[in-house]
Ligand binder design. Structure first.
Ligand code: FRU
Length: 483
């Protein structure tokens, strides 16, 4: 009797600890990113309406609430107090059409602003109105407004603010305040007269947010435009405007409130496989001073998951002077540090060729933040193999010093060493790798899938001498973990 009672207690203890482990936190499925935003379920594409308002970052997104495939677009919604931990909220913007099976007038991409001067006249009390500019499919550019910090939305009765033109397929309005001309500006993707060769970004201006004047058009772009002013080398008295295409490629130039005048050719912004539909946050606090960009990781795969789609980790944009001219650099938002677990550091270590010399053998995990400075000395190639195990070869991140190419998951980019050194910052999550070379001069954002049990990390050198000047590796907590 006694022994069966003892066995019963043991059994209870085992099932309790076991289920406690399995149920550590919600959203812990094998292919659920742990620090990249995903919808609770179903399809997600472009980030929409990115804005900071009353202490919250808002992330709206293209969402099909009914299926894991694209279609029947709504704006999904989440908020965060720190850009890292996101709370899912109910659907924000619905199609302008009651029929559940028609694509007509579904809610396509757009942006959000704070109606600080109550130009729409909807404000009640002290709290300013949030406005969303969105494309109603085949139904013009429209406004929705919210009086309760984005929780519920009404459609503006004067819609559309830019009428539908069946030839130009206009979409994805990004609206912002332009201080110099004292006007609101909208950049809108269009195909004027239906001409493929003319497809690009049209610029509109407005004093009242509802009447929009066409100003100019720049051909050679596809979907989700954005236009931002950035300081060069952090000097706020020396700025340039940067115009973005949907895939994150960009031109640097000048903007006078009417026209963008390019000073560079178009340059690629990300060299990975899955960077698309970029948008920068509006209305970040003035004392923050950053410009933060988010993108959809188009083309990622999430086997057997309830959701389909993930965002990149938010990145900070900056302009930097190089010998070849001014270039955009992009680095992970510093808030990633909020997820740091206790890390490991290596300093001034010579890395000898051969896998057995793996410096990082004690590091395990599928969520890591790696920061390293490598003095190339005479090395041929070096890099990391992530998500490997006895059974799995893992994914390779490589810098080929002879060809000066940084590569990962089949994509590569030229990157010259600075002072014979290469600096790497890497974010590894369950289904994505974001690789930032030399302070974000070269960025590769890509999705992958790996055996969930493959958790090892190898730092390798293929030949020659390599000095690991400094290497910090932090395992990352899940954003779903509650303390
Ligand atoms: C970009 C895009 C946008 C459009 C939206 C529809 O991925 O095609 O141009 O507004 O997706 O979901």
């Amino acid at each position: 009797m006694k022994s069966s009672y003892f066995l019963f207690i043991l059994f209870c203890l085992f099932s309790f600890t076991h289920s406690a482990k399995a149920q550590k936190h919600a959203f812990d499925e094998s292919y659920r990113p742990q620090f990249h935003f995903t919808p609770e379920q179903n399809w997600m594409n472009d980030p929409n309406g990115l804005i900071f308002f009353e202490g919250e970052y808002h992330l709206f997104y293209q969402h099909n609430p009914n299926a894991k495939e694209w279609g029947f677009m709504h704006w999904g919604h989440a908020v965060s107090k720190d850009l890292v931990h996101w709370e899912h909220l109910p659907l924000a913007i619905y199609p302008d059409n009651d029929s559940k099976d028609k694509e007509y007038a579904t809610a396509f991409s757009g942006s959000a602003i704070v109606d600080k001067n109550n130009l729409l006249g909807k404000q009640k009390g002290d709290a300013a109105t949030l406005l969303a500019f969105y494309t109603s499919k085949d139904n013009g550019q429209r406004i929705a407004y919210s009086l309760d910090k984005g929780r519920t939305w009404e459609k503006y009765e004067g819609n559309p603010v830019i009428a539908f033109d069946e030839k130009d397929d206009a979409r994805d309005p990004k609206v912002f305040w332009h201080e110099e001309s004292q006007r609101y500006i909208m950049v809108l993707w269009r195909m004027p007269e239906g001409k493929k060769s003319a497809e690009g970004i049209s610029i509109y201006s407005s004093e009242n947010l509802t009447d929009w004047t066409y100003e100019s058009h720049l051909a050679g772009f596809y979907e989700c435009p954005d236009l931002v002013e950035l300081p060069v080398d952090r000097r706020t008295d020396d700025t340039r405007w940067v115009i973005f295409d949907g895939d994150g490629s960009y031109l640097i130039g000048d903007f006078d409130g009417k026209r963008f005048k390019p000073e560079t050719p178009k340059m690629q912004g990300d060299f990975g496989k899955n960077y698309y539909a970029t948008q920068t946050f509006n209305n970040l606090p003035a004392d923050d001073g950053r410009t933060i960009q988010l993108a959809w990781m188009r083309g990622g795969e999430y086997p057997d998951m309830p959701f389909n789609g993930q965002m990149t980790f938010p990145t900070e944009l900056a302009l930097k002077n190089y010998l070849e001219g001014i270039r955009l650099v992009r680095t992970p938002a510093k808030e990633i540090e909020l997820l740091h677990e206790k890390g490991d550091t290596w300093e001034d270590k010579n890395l000898i060729p051969g896998l057995n010399k793996n410096l990082t053998r004690k590091v395990k995990g599928d969520c890591l933040h790696i920061q390293g400075t490598f003095d190339l000395k005479s090395v041929n190639s070096f890099g990391f193999v992530v998500r490997s195990s006895r059974k799995e070869t893992g994914v390779e991140i490589r810098y080929d010093a002879t060809k000066q190419v940084l590569s990962c998951l089949g994509q590569g980019v030229l990157l010259s060493p600075e002072d014979n050194k290469i600096q790497l910052e890497i974010l590894i999550d369950r289904t994505s790798i974001e690789l930032f070379g030399n302070g974000g001069k070269a960025v590769l954002s890509s999705c992958y899938t790996a055996d969930p049990d493959a958790q090892e990390l190898v730092l390798y050198n293929t030949g020659g001498e390599l000095l690991v000047e400094k290497l910090d590796i932090y395992p990352l907590k899940s954003m779903y973990e509650v303390d």
